[in-house]
Structures are given as C-alpha cells and as structure tokens.
Design a protein around this ligand. Structure first.
Ligand code: SF4
Length: 743
C-alpha cells in the first residue's frame, strides 16, 4: 500500500520550499560562459529565451528578441523559470520508501526493485496490471518514447496522460469538424482579424505573451468579444463581454449562429463548396433564438445579437478558446458549437480568418500527437485502425498481434486502480493529486496500488505516494522538441548537465525496459535518435513530422507541421484549400444544449468553477517553489460576488468552507463584482487541503473523456473563524507552511 505516513517530515525534507536567488547570488558583474538559446518550459506559447550559463550552472535568463513569438518578452513565470534548475528541493538521487520514509538508494537498487515488482505483478495479475501515466510538459521525443515504453517495454494496454485534462475536448472537436487536430492559424494571423471571439480563455493570465498579438489587433482597429463567467483580466480589456453561466456555451454559440442565419450574415457559397451537414446544424441553431439562449445562459439577448452582428459583419475574424469551454462533460460539443460559427461565416483558412485553441501545457500540442494517448499511435494514428497498427508495428519491428489493444482515459485509469484491476503504476511528469478531479478518490486510487513508481525532478504531492521516486531532469538539462499552441515544432537545447545522480527521463525508461528483457526495442543514444524514429513513425499520419529536422527547426525558427517531405518548409496555416477529411470538406454538427452533469439545487445552490492565475503553472509543482511567484499569491482563494457574500454573511478575506458532494476545503474569500452572483471560483494550482479539485466533479465528456472541472454544484458555509487570513497560517502541505519554514 502506497500511503503517505509522514507528511510533515516529507515536506520538511523535500519542500516545496521557496527559492529566489540564482546560484552564486545576484551580481551585475557576472561574466557568463555561454548563452544557450531555448524556450520557456511552461505554457504553449513556448517563448524563446537564452539561458545564461556559468560553470555548468544556469545563473540567469534573457528573453530572445530573435524569436518571432515573444520578441524580447517573457511573463512572470518565464523570467523565473531558470530558478528551478538549482533549486534546493531538486531530487538528485533515487529514493525508496521504507517504513513510510524515503531512503536514499542507488540507481541499481531502485531499478532492480522496480523490475522485480513489475515482473511479479505481471506474472500474478497479467501484463495489463501495470499502468503508465504521462504528461505533456515532456519533449515530444519523450512522449513518443513513453507510448512505446508502455506498449513494448511493459507490454501493457494501460497508458494515458495528463493532456486528457487539458485539450482533449479541443482535439475531439477539431478531429470531428476538420479531420485534423491543430490550430488552424499561426498567431501572426491574429492582428489581421477585425473581430476576435475569445471564449473561456483568460489568456491575459494563462498565456500572457499572446497579448502582444491581441494588442496589435486592437491597434489595427480590431474588436474583442470575450465569453466568460468571470470578468477576467482578458474580459476587462475586451469590447463586449458575454458573462454566461458556466456550462452554457452551447446556448450562447447557437444563439449567435441563430442571429447570423436570420440576419443573413452567413457565407452560403463557402458552406456549399467546402462543408457538409449544414442543414442539421442550421435546424438545431434555429431552436435558440436570442431570448431562449439568454434564458439558458443568463447573457442578455441584446449582447448575443451584438456579438453576432460584430463578428458576422466583419470581413475577417478569428475564434479562440481554452479550458473554459473545454472542461465540461459536453466539452467537445461546446467546441463544435463554436466551430459551427466559424464555418457558417466562412471565416477560416486565410489570413485573419481562423480558429484555434489556447494550449495549457508547454507541449500540449506535440504531447497529444505521438502515441501516449490511450487509443493513439504515433503520427496521430488510431489504435483501432488495422493499417495504422500494422505500420507502427513495422516501424517498431514487432508483429502486429503483439501491439496491445487501446486502454482507457486518465480518469478511467485511476478508477481501475481503485477497483483493483490495475495494481502498479509508473507516472512521469504528472501531479495527479493536484490535477485530477475529485482528489479524495484519486488518493484512494494511489493508496490501493501494490507498487507505485514516480519519475520527477521535484517531490510532488503525487510522488509522496510512490514506493520508488527516480530523479528526472528539467528542460535545461536535456534536448528535444516541443510543438507550441500554433503548431510550430521548436527545439529545446541542453544548457547544463543533470545535477547529482539525476538522469534523463528517457534513459530511465530505457533502463527499465532493458531490465524487463525488452532492451532491443530501446537502443537510443540521444533524443535525436528518438526523433528520427518518430519522424518515420509519423510519416503519412495526420501529424506528419517526417520532413522536420533539428537543423530545419534552427534555420526557420520552428517548423509548422504537417511537414511531410525533406523539401517541405511546413504548413503555418491550415485549410486554405481543403480540410483534412477524405473529401476535403469540413463537417458541421447539430448541437443541442445539455448543460453540466451536476446542476445547482437547494442543497448545493451555487455553480463552482475552477481555473488558473498568472503566477502559477498547472499543478504548481514547479512554480510553488519560486519565492517571487508565491509571494504574489500565497494560497488559493474563493472568489464570490458581493451579493453572494452578503447572503452568507461573509466578509472579504474571511475564511469560508466550500463544499460539494465530493469534498470540501477552507479558503479565504475574495469578494469581487467581477464574477456572477450564482458562481464561485477557486484557482486550482495547490494540493492537499488547498486543492480546488477536492470539490470538482469527475463526470466525463463521452468523446474526449475530459472531466468537468468547470461546473459543479457547491455551497458555502460560514465557519465563524477568528483566524487571520493567509499570512502567519501554518497548514500542512500548503505553500504558506513552506513560506514560514524555508529550508
Ligand atoms: S507566456 Fe508562457 S511560454 Fe511565455 S514566458 Fe510566460 S509561461 Fe513562458
């Protein structure tokens, strides 16, 4: 059983502790040995940066002026990312848990134990008793290798990854409508759009450098329509804000389409020549006149009409969205309802006309293309397609019959651990105890495992449950590629050697495969060799990387896939002449409003929604250790409208209990007029007692299997505490505890 018995001592030893200074301290006189051009390890903008290196240490960072995406800018996370490299919390040697305590071990001891346990479990319960759970902040080379490692190294069907919690609904919608899953346009198209629809995306905080493109669009006279339940930093800068109830996007999008149809603002020639299935989508939209859409969504009908006219009358326009519309049990349908608008107006496939999703993880795009998804093989091939299986089996040198069948999605994987079907786990680059929904159930899944291995470079909330922790590397210690949110494949360059006994993650996976007796499939000596196999494996697939080389990436500042031949320079803009379905046409979908799986009622009268803030990245395992970032926002808060606060007699800053059917937590109240009175919001980057995901609902979208992070029923409870909020508080496993203790 993988329980956490000594939480306080684990935190004392492994943090998170706060760290603020570069190694050797601050000095303007510093003479660095070299500057290594690379990219930020965090969000899908993948801003260019130079790491400043002195004696095998990263001592500083400069933004890259030569990279066309960020042109000399970095956000607060980006400028401090280098501080994780020599952080005192870094894991520098393998750890084996004994009597509840992590003890230092050699690599041989750790690897021998892993292989003995995995072999033992597989002999007793079958190959599929082991699961692999991966992440999309890894390089594409590693994500490719993880998929191959699970299916060939461990011979298990059970692999999935945390991108399932990120962009799976966008992927589902893109594939259904366009036949391919990639942003349709480069970011550089944004300034050419007269009107932007930004739905469920607070990009000012979550994707800050994108704002450069948005402001250029504004400078060109452009207009922003922002659709979000909160008046976010992005919505405040917009021209029109549609403040909908969480989970009602289909009603708003269908309402807009209804107006476009009735006011003849559609492009019938485009619909006739380049799309299929319009009549069904049209009929569905006609059920949502503005007053009906308004009744469901809470957005005034006048604003829905205004949005439709602004977008419909403009010659150019782009629609962008993020997790706000995607994190729903009908997330794929939400996505498709916005795609219907783009297709109906013909605003796609040329400069300033387009559609795209704003990626969360740094390699959210590349990480979902090459085989670490439960049902997917490299090149965006399907595990269910016999031809696809055959092709990859040939590349891997196995008989097709040896290829495992598809597994299950992330949440289902953890359900199977709880049900006892999965007995062992290897996780890499993932912090499930923060990022999965309904963390009380996730804890039971991890506690029920017979053997649990984690590869990471910091001791995350999830690694605490592991039996063996292997020390991996940060982005500055390895090379490889990632693919940014616009579909640009870029190159991460190694600046320094891994510290202590930490090893490249791909080497750790190969070591395990070798000891499992599967070494002949894992003979890679460098990321380049992995990439070269990936290129062949992707050849002819939807995500075709065959023509992408490290040299071409350097020469062109990145390569947009598909890039099928060595002569090709890539494809920055998709759909100029045809969509990716076999007949070259896009598909409309008739979408009806269903709403969230759990709606408010008498017992739980509020809608709970979660999201991100600018100072933290995803599960916070990296950013909750950087002093500057933590000081900006030491712990999560529950945002509520003054009317809500008055109803519950809650003062600003007072601690309150937030309760759902799944769990509860105590958070300081942040009383603001910028949220709907029926909605409360908590940022999700923290774990343990401060996890927003104690409250969320694990209901899944049937297509994407994304959980419903963005809407569930909840209530508030005044707890009559006299405790001061935030500062001075000591709570186990929280950032503030870490602030107080230091290291
Ligand atoms: S916008 Fe994203 S990629 Fe750019 S510096 Fe910030 S976190 Fe890094």
């Amino acid at each position: 059983m993988s329980k956490v018995e000594n939480l306080a001592s684990i935190i004392d030893r492994f943090g998170p502790h706060l760290h603020d200074e570069p190694i050797g301290g601050w000095s303007a006189e510093r003479k660095v040995d070299k500057m290594v051009p690379t990219h930020c390890p965090y969000c899908g903008m993948q801003c260019g940066m130079n790491l400043l290196v002195e004696k095998n240490h990263v001592v500083g960072v400069e933004p890259r002026y030569d990279f066309p995406v960020n042109e000399g800018r970095l956000c607060p996370k980006g400028v401090t990312a280098y501080l994780q490299t020599h952080h005192p919390d870094r894991l520098e040697y393998p750890l084996i848990k004994q009597n509840g305590n992590f003890e230092r071990a050699s690599w041989d001891e750790a690897l021998d134990l892993i292989v003995a346990k995995f072999k033992g479990l597989q002999e007793k319960y079958g190959k599929d008793s082991i699961a692999v759970y991966s992440g999309s902040s890894l390089t594409t080379e590693k994500t490719y290798l993880v998929g191959k490692f699970a299916r060939l190294g461990l011979q298990t069907r059970y692999i999935d990854y945390n991108g399932r919690l990120c962009m799976a609904s966008a992927a589902g919608g893109n594939n259904k409508a366009f036949g391919i899953d990639r942003a349709a346009n480069p970011w550089s198209d944004i300034p050419h759009a007269e009107v932007l629809i930004i739905a469920g995306a607070n990009c000012a905080e979550t994707f800050p450098i994108l704002n450069g493109f948005l402001w250029k669009q504004r400078d060109n006279g452009g207009v922003w329509i922002v659709i979000d339940p909160r008046e976010t930093a992005t919505a405040r800068q917009g021209d029109l804000h549609l403040q909908l109830k969480p989970g009602t996007d289909v009603a708003v999008a269908n309402g807009i389409l209804n107006v476009l149809i009735n006011e003849n603002l559609i492009d019938q020639a485009f619909i006739d020549s380049r799309t299929n299935d319009w009549e069904a989508a049209r009929a569905a939209a006609l059920n949502y006149p503005p007053d009906v859409a308004s009744e469901i969504s809470g957005v005034p009908a006048g604003k829905i009409i205004q949005a439709a006219r602004l977008y419909g009358r403009a010659k150019t326009g782009m629609i962008m969205h993020a997790r706000g519309i995607e994190h729903h049990s009908n997330g794929t349908e939400n996505v498709l309802s916005y795609i219907n608008i783009a297709l109906a107006t013909g605003k796609i496939g040329s400069e300033g006309r387009g559609y795209g999703t704003i990626t969360g993880q740094g390699n959210g795009q590349g990480g979902r293309e090459h085989g670490q998804k439960a049902d997917q093989l490299p090149g965006y091939r399907s595990m269910l397609n016999p031809e696809h299986r055959k092709y990859i089996a040939e590349v891997w040198g196995i008989d097709e019959s040896e290829m495992p069948e598809p597994g299950v999605s992330a949440v289902e994987l953890f359900n199977k651990m709880r049900e006892g079907e999965i007995k062992g786990l290897l996780s890499i680059c993932s912090n499930m105890m923060v990022s999965l929904p309904d963390t009380n159930q996730v804890r039971k899944s991890l506690e029920g495992l017979e053997f649990n291995v984690c590869i990471d470079f910091f001791m995350s909330e999830s690694a605490r449950y592991a039996d063996v922790v292997l020390p991996g590397t940060t982005w500055s210690e390895d090379e490889g590629t990632t693919t940014s949110g616009e579909g640009r494949v870029i190159k991460i360059n190694q600046a320094i050697d891994p510290p202590g006994e930490a090893r490249h993650d791909w080497r750790a996976l190969q070591e395990i495969a070798h000891r499992m007796g599967r070494g002949k499939y894992f003979q890679f000596e460098s990321p380049r060799e992995i990439f070269d196999e990936l290129r062949v494996a992707s050849k002819g697939g939807k995500a075709d990387y065959f023509g992408v080389t490290y040299e071409k990436i350097d020469k062109q500042d990145g390569v947009f896939w598909p890039c099928p031949t060595e002569e090709s320079t890539g494809t920055p803009r998709l759909f100029e002449e045809r969509f990716a379905h076999d007949d070259g046409k896009a598909r409309f979908h008739a979408i009806e409003y269903k709403g969230a799986a759990e709606k408010p009622d008498e017992e739980y009268p509020l809608i709970f929604t979660s999201g991100r803030i600018v100072h933290q990245y995803l599960s916070g395992n990296q950013t909750r250790r950087i002093g500057f970032l933590v000081q900006q926002c030491p712990e999560p808060f529950v945002e509520m409208h003054p009317e809500t606060a008055m109803r519950y007699k809650i003062n600003d800053g007072e601690r309150v209990k937030v309760i759902s059917r799944r769990g509860e937590g105590i958070f300081p109240a942040l009383v603001v007029k910028t949220i709907r009175p029926d909605t409360i919001f908590i940022p999700y980057h923290w774990g343990e007692e401060l996890a927003a995901n104690q409250i969320t609902n694990a209901a899944l979208d049937p297509t994407s299997k994304i959980p419903e992070f963005k809407a569930c029923a909840a209530r508030l409870e005044k707890i009559h505490t006299r405790e001061l909020p935030i500062l001075g508080e000591v709570r186990k496993g929280t950032s503030q505890n870490e602030v107080q203790k230091g290291k």
